[in-house]
Design a protein around this ligand. Structure first.
Ligand code: SF4
Length: 263
């Protein structure tokens, strides 16, 4: 008698960030890989627009999107890091709130993880799992799909872009330190309560003289005041923007943000 257990089938996983590229990839692969499992690592600090878009996507895909939560929240890890806010060089938030929940979800299963890097993007630095049982696959790159194709996929699906694209170029936490100065202004305008919450994380210690801010350029209030005083950029003609124009306005600087949070 053969006691060997049958090998578990390889799992196909696609992580959604609430960003345009991973959303378009999910739409693109929906009928190509019917066994696909979708997940969303919720940091607990997501924008309401992101959560709303994930719900819309779930309806469109016709399958549940697993919501992965870290074992502990941001505040716990902040304390663990002696109140040092995360920064582009210290991305403990990405590791603890995005990458580890994904790896725990995978466990020891053999997995193919589908990543939404486009064909028109250079190689992107980012936080990808290096576990040997997780293989990565880049369908947009392999099939030569670029930004215009992504736009078309989103338009044709009827989903369009998440609403935050009108004031912010990426998904991710409301306090994400990758935000450009104008995006902090956008947060203050669109979600004043989240802006105030982000400010509460900034501290200065009188004894040590240490100042903890989200951005090296100063406190959020300083950044917002300066951005508001800066001469207004030349306005484009007043016509409704097409989706591709909105995407062209967005910041696609590959080294600025991490794959797992924003694709
Ligand atoms: S979105 Fe920004 S703040 Fe949130 S986990 Fe990713 S890098 Fe960290």
């Amino acid at each position: 008698m053969n006691d060997e257990k049958p090998a578990k089938p390889v799992r196909h996983l696609l992580g959604l960030s609430g960003g345009k590229d991973s959303s378009a990839l999910a739409i693109y692969l929906r009928d190509r890989i019917p066994e696909m499992e979708y997940f969303f690592a919720d940091t607990g600090a997501e924008l309401p627009e992101t959560l709303e878009y994930i719900d819309l996507l779930e309806d469109y895909l016709g399958k549940p999107i697993a919501k992965l939560n870290a074992r502990r929240d941001f505040d716990y890890y902040l304390k663990l890091h002696n109140n040092y806010l995360p920064s582009p060089r210290q991305r403990w938030c990405t590791i603890n709130l995005k990458l580890l929940p994904f790896e725990n979800y995978v466990g020891d299963d053999d997995v193919i993880s589908y990543i939404a890097i486009r064909a028109d993007e250079p190689a992107r630095a980012g936080y990808l799992s290096t576990k040997p049982n997780i293989k990565t696959c880049f369908p947009f790159k392999e099939d030569g799909l670029n930004k215009e194709d992504i736009t078309q996929i989103l338009e044709e699906s009827g989903l369009g872009l998440p609403k935050y694209y009108s004031w912010r170029s990426r998904s991710g936490c409301y306090f994400c330190f990758f935000q450009r100065h104008e995006e902090w202004v956008g947060l203050q305008k669109n979600h004043p309560e989240l802006y105030e919450r982000a400010k509460e994380y900034e501290k200065s210690e009188v004894e040590s003289g240490k100042i903890y801010t989200w951005n090296q350029a100063g406190t959020l209030d300083e950044i917002v005041s300066r951005a508001q005083l800066a001469p207004e950029k030349k306005k484009s003609p007043a016509r409704p923007k097409k989706l591709i124009d909105q995407l062209s306005d967005s910041d696609d600087d590959p080294d600025d943000a991490c794959l797992i949070c924003t694709l």
